[in-house]
Unconditional design. Structure first.
Lengths: 258, 215
């Protein structure tokens, strides 16, 4: 299969003080691919994600976006981040702006788009996540699921080359998770390039092209959902998946039958 | 005549309000600059602004007023007492306003900055369009307090001979032997000014509150 690499992480290492978060990690993200990173907490999954759009600077290693290095000294990281959308665990909407303005602010203030065009584009993105009717609401007036969908629309509005999702459903009430996963699932079907960290194993199995299992700061193994879930090569992977499926057992069994 | 008496003092109101209207905005401008430097300006700017704030807040305003007055109204710069006095008060107030804004800026979660940077905003744009608008809302109630302090401290420029409310009251008290009427009138005017200012800012604060209730 001819693959077109959008983002390439090369030998990334991140250290906080004496604490090695991850070491020598490399990962290629191909065009249209959905990668799900799984693994126990504290293994550096989120930090790896943040290194990909330079919200966190790796101590060593390089990141390339469309073949161009973005970790160089005089690279403009603001321009880089316009091309890599990010969705956070805690939504992080701008609290003083309405849903519409949250989506618009990047268009007008970062891209310099004129108000009417920005408005039209922002409304389009809000409709895409099913929230056109909430355009005038402030974050404080929206449910967690709605806030997260606005956050996705905000990132999509920038027309990014790819999207990063950092545990997008972990802070949500169980009954609100579905609406966010639906939006993300639709993005995957539209072949948006995505890297996500999530504990939603059912969802991962459904939408991922590749699952990456990380532990203790390194990639233990990676492969298609079938390879990883049904034929894991490493004991640690098997152990982790076993624990997770035990936790979400009933849901997994229902989906597993399909 | 008592009406002449009272109206003589009331005429000082414009000067008092004038002093506050120079001191508060100039203090806000300097205070905002210092607060931003303190938080986002790196080590040396943080040290500089911290020392500035300590000094300005650690000395009685009247003492600073005299020192600054003789700087601003000396040989090098020669401002009229009104301007020298109001700007000196502004400088004193800037340290307090810096602390108010610093607290407000720090109360806005750092994650708002992260989210702004994540859509490609520069640090400065994030401060301007995301952090500041939220911080200013938080700053209004403590700022209202500082506004009333500055209004009341404007009476200190009386020591420089600026004919504001207190100065006029003091003159009348000396010539008419009616200190209670003179200073009572002054007290009442100050009270009305401070009360009105606080109510106005309460209203502004209420109006700028972000809705949280579902509609």
């Amino acid at each position: 299969m001819e693959s077109n690499v959008i983002l390439q992480a090369k030998n990334l290492t991140k250290i906080y003080g004496n604490n090695v978060i991850f070491k020598d990690i490399s990962l290629d993200v191909n065009q249209g691919e959905t990668i799900v990173i799984i693994g126990p907490s504290g293994t550096g999954k989120s930090t790896l994600l943040r290194c990909m759009n330079l919200l966190t600077k790796p101590n060593s290693g390089q990141v390339f976006l469309d073949g161009k290095e973005i970790t160089c000294k005089d690279c403009n990281e603001d321009v880089v981040r316009q091309h890599i959308g990010m969705v956070f665990q805690n939504f992080l909407l701008f609290n003083h702006l309405t849903a519409l303005d949250n989506v618009m602010v990047g268009l007008t203030r970062v891209k310099g788009m004129k108000k009417p065009q920005a408005l039209e584009k922002a409304m389009h993105e809000l409709s895409r996540v099913g929230l056109a009717d909430r355009a005038g609401h402030y974050p404080g007036q929206l449910s967690g699921g709605q806030q997260q969908r606005v956050a996705i629309a905000r990132a999509l509005a920038m027309d990014p080359r790819m999207m990063l999702f950092d545990e997008p459903t972990s802070a949500l009430d169980p009954e609100l998770i579905g609406e966010v996963l639906n939006v993300m699932g639709q993005l995957a079907r539209d072949r948006m390039t995505m890297v996500m960290v999530t504990h939603e194993m059912g969802f991962a199995r459904e939408v991922a092209d590749r699952i990456v299992f990380m532990e203790k700061g390194s990639i233990v193994e990676q492969g298609s959902p079938d390879e990883l879930f049904n034929h894991p090569q490493h004991d640690r992977t098997r152990e982790f998946l076993w624990k997770i499926t035990e936790l979400y057992g009933s849901k997994e069994k229902q989906k597993g039958g399909q | 005549m008592i009406t002449d008496f009272v109206s003589y003092i009331i005429q000082g109101t414009a000067t008092t309000v004038g002093v506050a209207l120079v001191a508060l905005p100039s203090g806000l401008l300097v205070g905002l600059g210092l607060a931003l430097l303190n938080i986002y300006g790196g080590l040396w700017m943080r040290r500089f602004s911290a020392v500035y704030s300590l000094l300005m807040r650690g000395v009685p305003p009247i003492v600073l007023l005299f020192i600054l007055y003789f700087v601003l109204s000396g040989n090098l710069i020669n401002l009229e007492p009104f301007w020298a006095g109001s700007m000196s008060l502004g400088i004193v107030s800037s340290a307090y306003q810096m602390e108010i804004l610093r607290g407000a800026l720090l109360s806005v979660s750092g994650e708002q900055m992260t989210a702004a940077r994540a859509i490609g905003m520069s640090r400065w744009k994030a401060i301007r369009f995301i952090i500041l608008p939220q911080a200013i809302r938080l700053a209004i109630p403590p700022w209202s307090n500082e506004a009333s302090v500055v209004l009341k401290d404007s009476s200190l420029v009386y020591a420089l001979g600026v004919p504001e409310i207190l100065r006029r009251a003091q003159q009348l008290s000396a010539t008419s032997q009616q200190p209670f009427l003179a200073f009572g009138t002054a007290a009442l005017i100050y009270f009305v000014l401070v009360f009105a200012t606080n109510r106005l800012l309460d209203y502004v604060s209420e109006r700028s509150k972000l809705p949280t209730q579902p509609v």
